[in-house]
Design a protein around this ligand. Sequence first.
Ligand SMILES: [Zn+2]
Length: 468
Amino acid sequence: MRLLPEGGMSIERVQARIDKERERFVSDLVSVVKIPSISSSSAHKKDVLACADYLAARAKKAGFERAGVFPTAGHPAVVAEWTKKKEAPTVLIYGHYDVQPVDPLNEWTTPPFEPTVRDGRLYGRGAVDDKGQVWAHLLACEAYLAETGSLPVNVKLLVEGEEEIGSEHLEALLTKEARRLEADFVVVSDTAMLDRGRPSICYGLRGLAYFELELKGSSTDLHSGSFGGGVKNPLHALSEIVMRLKDASGKILVPGFLDLVRPLSKDERDRIRALPHDEKTWRRPVGIPATAGDPDFSLLERLWARPTLDLNGIWGGFQGEGAKTVIPARAHAKLSCRLVPDQTPEAIFECLDSYLKKICPKEVELTFKQLHGGLPWVADISHPSFAAAARSMEKAFGAQTCYIREGGSIPFVRTIADATKRPCLLLGFGLPDENAHAPNEWLDLENYQKGIKSCAYLYDELARLPRE
Ligand SMILES: [Zn+2]
């Protein structure tokens, strides 16, 4: 065990500098939120590239020794490195500079790429997801380097340009640059806190399995007078199938579906139950009269640690104006499952496929295929780096850190966790209601400032951990 003597005085100087520069940090973020780096739109390919170039140049200006744009088969990633402290641990920080599309544009109060401050919030696409969170790290490093000429840990900043479109080419880049990206800890800042004033570390993400189903009846649409009563209507067959996927309480009826679900420990259930989370407050902005789901589990357990099966779309038959007496030839559905450890997309496909084959009415033909999938992830929070990260947020926010899970997915996390076997720390500075992916996305500027402070404390805390 070895403790580094540094920290102490210098971290306090760095924090004082961060306090002084608060105003500039906002205008600095504005300059990158302005760039319309929408990864899903081919019309914005140049902007995505411009954003990568801007970020690499900005990282160099912040004091990183090396910063470059790394091409992939899709949009490039940016890697910036500061690795002068050979004896200290290395932190790999992940974020993304690409953003979601902006439509419906007319619902934005101010244009998405003209970032505007109102009531202590910065409005603009990408403000919280994820440019503001990338900037928190960039500016914390910059403050450290400017104040002390050094960082307490080695830092490798990996900022990708395809997170919003599934990180398709990230794994290839991680393989190709495996040596360059070697690290002792991985830090991801792309999540939200439990609530305002509740700094949070996320230690679990759900996976995903996405499917498409088609039922085929007759070779073409049929006259319902001439054929009605003699043929099975695929839309009815689909409805029968859908009714047998879940019962009214929300329990999934597919045999084998829950077999691989790792049961929640009593400790974890107690911890989740103790979190300050109010169901009514949660429900209000969602706009629903009551919550739904398996009554054997609490709302947070259902959102974070239980699998789902949801219809995402269902279509077929006549949907135009007026009446058309037709028996459609085909019926379709898209469905997806959020997965929890130790479920896999393949295992879920197998049990859904055999169940659907069994319950499908014999008068129609079933095609069922998997579109894409990703594995769930959960971390062992007993690793000392989690307590270090919790302390760093506590110092910045002046409140106790909550350990939370997240119902969505960040494909990178499971990939990098498997590849490096290193602890992944998900420190998010967003809020659940900041309209990520929706019109009027915003970032709470108080959290932004405290996020920058948390990052600086984090590097200091991680430098003090005993090396493994
Ligand atoms: Zn994001």
